[in-house]
Every structure is written in structure tokens, then in C-alpha cells.
Design a protein. Structure first.
Length: 460
């Protein structure tokens, strides 16, 4: 049996128009969620006495057969049925006959597709929370593995002050934890059922939207039927969240690209997360980190796509909203690929301790502490800043580092600075003087790492 042609039209759809408007090529991934929603809907129809229990049983058996066919890979989309929903309905009619038409009682494709997206995004949110958890765990593991390693901290990409490598890792943990919490908060707005809204105004049948929501494990139903079918806020919010996450991951990726370069040499990427050059045999390219940075543009573009689609639409449903799926699926696929790769790359990262130590000796990141010593003795900070700035200029001119300054040299170029102070300018001494709980002071970083580990160990 095939579905009857819509009597509203006397001619078949133009092939080019059908190819242009059909969504079965990309919304097929919603098929399990559509079947799940249909099973809940038909159960409710029977419970409410809208259709007979005999019809419920026949329809349910047909839906189960379709699920089996999907799993076996023998049920594939047909373009003439436009989308995943009509493909299922057509196949159901082939399997069980005219009774299949009762499934759509009290339901529109408008609230049906909205429900599918809520169910799909609920699963996506749960999966991303675990993936993001793994990335944070990898960062905390790095902090635990290298608790005493000190690296230059940068402002303006210029060496500024020494910090613990663990402190640097924990900065990204703090960012990603906010992302994780935002995602958890968003899930409450995803766990809402629009089914029962019909096309836009509700249904004349005595349906029970609340019962369907409960059966599907959703926490609530929409309060307004027009909003239920027109709302794509939960998708825009997801892509906004993903865009902010990508800002954070892109910044981390950029630092890893820099740190793995020969110019920095702070870290070494594991072979499994590096690639070679097609022409230069010496190269080790940090491709995963580069693409962690580069994929941000894809995610930002998808957000802008959906914002642009939705900005001028009057209530309620329009075919324009079909554009939400490819944009959302693009972001979901990007994060599903990126987050596991990122956690693996971070877990296998190794520090180049000798190179870091060499770099610390070559800079003047303890200069601020030297100025602060003068301030502690009563000198105004701006005057101390000026004096130490002049000293650093002279040291650079003479190619001398703080660690190499002799008493004779210091007495000649900066007689107001006791030479004993130079012994207090080691990176270890500098970070040891940090006294704030948010600082790079070793005791505070150790506490932050332990707290993060305790939080992670509690699990999702």
C-alpha cells in the first residue's frame, strides 16, 4: 500500500522542487526519536479512548517492525516522502494497512518534529556533558602530573610573570566547568514536550500531553501551543553555548600550537595527535590543536545561520525552520568529533622540562617582584617601576639575566638595589610569594587541583 496523493493538488510535485524542499536526506537521524515519540503518542491515544486498543496494538507492532528494519539497515529514506516522519507513516501503511492513518490523530508534523528535536537534543546534552567531563579530567590529570613545573605566564604574548603549569591548566578547567554548568542548566529547557500543540492551536481530541511527556521522560510541557511549535530557542541556546565552548577550546588550542612549536618547545604532542608534512620530513604538526581552533568558525557560522532564519518569522511554523536541523547537526557532529579527540590529546601531552627551564632563565618575569621589594622599603610603586624598567633595559643591552648578575655589576648599574635581593628572584621564590587563594601560590593551586579532582570523582 502507498500513501494517497493529497487531493488539494492535481499535479505531482516538480522533481526539482521536491529535491529542494525534502529533508529526508538529513533528518533521517531523528528516526529513533520519531519512533519513540510515535509510540508514546499512540499509547496515549488508546488510553484516552481516542482510538481502540486493538488499533494501538497493531500500530505499535508496526512501529516495532520499522525499528527492526532501521537497525537491520533495510529501511532507507525515499525522497518522494519528503521527510523522516512521512517515510515512517508510509512504511507503516505498507506494513499494517489503513489503520496506520490513525497514528497521526491529534498530532501535526509541526509538534511532531519539535518533539523529535527535543528528544534528540536531550540525548546530545547528556553525551556532551560526559565528553566535556572527560576533557576537564584530562586537564586536571595534567595538573596532577606536573604539580611543580613553572612556566612563563604571558600578557600581550610577552613573558610577564612565572606561574605554575598546573595553575594554567586549572584556568581552562574553570572555563570548562562554567560551560558544563551552563549545559546542565540548558537541559531543563530541553526536557519539555511540545506534543499536543497540533499545528499551532491545540487539538479537538481529548489528548493528554502531560502523560506523553511523562512516558518520554520529559519534565514538563509547553504552556502555549503556538510557542510550542514555533520555539527554536533551545536550539539557538545550544549553539550559543557551543560557540562559547569553542571560544575556550580555541584559546587552548592556540596555546598548544604555540607551546609545541620550536620557538617555544614547552610541550610535545603524542604521535597519535600529530601529523607529518607532505614535503618537509622534520615537521610534527599539531593538527588536532589547530583544528580545535579552526572548527570554532564552523560552530559560529551555524549559530548565525539559525539566528538569521528565526529573526523575521511570524508565528507559528514555517518551512524556513527546517533549516534548524542541518545547522544543529553540524554543531553536534563537530563537538562529537572534537571533544573525545581533545581529551585524548591532553592526556598524552608531555612537558619539555629542560626547555621550559631554559626559557625561564632567559626572561625578566621576576621584574615586578623586584619592584615590589623596593615598594616594601618605602619607594612609591611608579618610581620603583621606572627604576626596574631602566635596570632591565641595561641588562638586555649587556646580555645579562637576573640569575647572572654579580654584586659588582649591580653596584655599578643599580646601587640602590641590594644584591641579596637577586637571590629572591627565582621562579620558585616568585610564585611562593603569591598570597591569594586564586593565585599561582603552590598551596592554593594544590588545593584547587584537589578540589577539582574531588568534584570530578563524584561523577555525573
Amino acid at each position: 500500500m502507498t500513501m494517497a496523493r493529497n487531493p488539494r493538488f492535481t499535479k505531482a510535485a516538480d522533481e526539482a522542487a521536491l529535491q529542494f524542499t525534502a529533508s529526508a536526506g538529513f533528518d533521517w537521524r531523528l528516526i529513533y526519536h520519531d519512533l519513540e515519540g510515535s509510540e508514546a503518542h499512540v499509547a496515549m491515544l488508546g488510553k484516552q479512548g481516542i482510538i481502540s486498543q486493538e488499533d494501538v496494538s497493531v500500530i505499535r507492532d508496526g512501529l516495532i517492525k520499522i525499528r527492526d528494519e532501521v537497525q537491520a539497515g533495510v529501511f532507507i529514506p525515499r525522497i518522494e516522502y519528503e521527510d523522516v516522519h512521512m517515510n515512517i507513516e508510509a512504511r507503516l501503511a505498507e506494513l499494517i494497512g489503513p489503520v496506520a492513518g490513525r497514528l497521526h490523530t491529534g498530532r501535526s508534523r509541526n509538534d511532531q518534529v519539535a518533539l523529535d528535536m527535543h528528544l534528540f537534543m536531550r540525548d546530545v546534552g547528556l553525551r556532551h556533558r560526559q565528553q566535556l567531563w572527560d576533557v576537564m579530567d584530562a586537564l586536571v590529570t595534567q595538573a596532577e602530573q606536573y604539580p611543580q613545573v613553572i612556566i612563563p605566564g604571558y600578557t600581550h604574548l610577552q613573558a610577564a610573570q612565572p606561574v605554575l603549569f598546573a595553575h594554567h591548566m586549572m584556568a581552562y578547567v574553570a572555563m570548562l566547568r562554567r560551560d558544563w554548568e551552563r549545559l546542565a542548566d540548558w537541559q531543563a529547557r530541553v526536557s519539555v514536550s511540545p506534543l499536543g500543540a497540533g499545528a499551532l492551536s491545540g487539538s479537538p481530541y481529548p489528548t493528554d500531553p502531560e502523560a506523553v511527556a511523562v512516558q518520554l521522560g520529559l519534565d514538563d510541557t509547553y504552556t502555549n501551543s503556538m510557542d510550542a511549535v514555533a520555539d527554536r530557542d533551545f536550539l539557538i541556546e545550544y549553539m550559543s553555548w557551543a560557540s562559547l565552548l569553542m571560544v575556550h577550546l580555541s584559546r587552548l588550542g592556540e596555546e598548544l600550537v604555540l607551546w609545541s612549536s620550536q620557538e617555544f618547545g614547552f610541550v610535545r604532542m603524542a604521535d597519535g595527535y600529530s601529523t607529518g608534512s607532505s614535503i618537509m620530513p622534520q615537521k610534527r604538526n599539531p593538527d588536532v590543536a589547530e583544528l580545535m581552533r579552526g572548527k570554532a568558525g564552523r560552530v559560529f557560522g551555524s549559530l548565525l545561520t539559525l539566528l538569521t532564519v528565526m529573526k523575521g518569522l511570524p508565528l507559528a511554523y514555517h518551512s524556513d525552520m527546517q533549516e534548524d536541523k542541518e545547522a544543529v547537526f553540524n554543531v553536534v557532529d563537530t563537538l562529537d568529533a572534537l571533544l573525545p579527540a581533545a581529551s585524548g590529546m591532553l592526556r598524552t601531552l608531555t612537558l619539555q622540562g629542560d626547555r621550559i627551564q631554559m626559557r625561564l632563565r632567559e626572561d625578566y618575569t621576576a621584574a615586578t617582584d623586584l619592584a615590589d621589594m623596593l615598594v616594601a622599603r618605602g619607594m612609591p610603586f611608579r618610581e620603583a617601576h621606572h627604576l626596574i624598567g631602566g635596570l632591565v633595559t641595561q641588562l638586555e643591552h649587556d646580555h645579562i639575566r637576573f640569575a647572572d648578575v654579580t654584586p659588582e655589576y649591580l653596584g655599578r648599574v643599580a646601587p640602590g638595589i641590594p644584591w641579596e635581593w637577586m637571590e629572591k628572584l627565582s621562579a620558585e621564590a616568585v610564585i611562593g610569594r603569591r598570597q591569594q587563594s586564586m593565585s599561582t601560590g603552590p598551596q592554593f593551586v594544590s588545593r584547587a587541583v584537589a578540589t577539582a579532582r574531588e568534584w570530578l570523582n563524584k561523577g555525573l
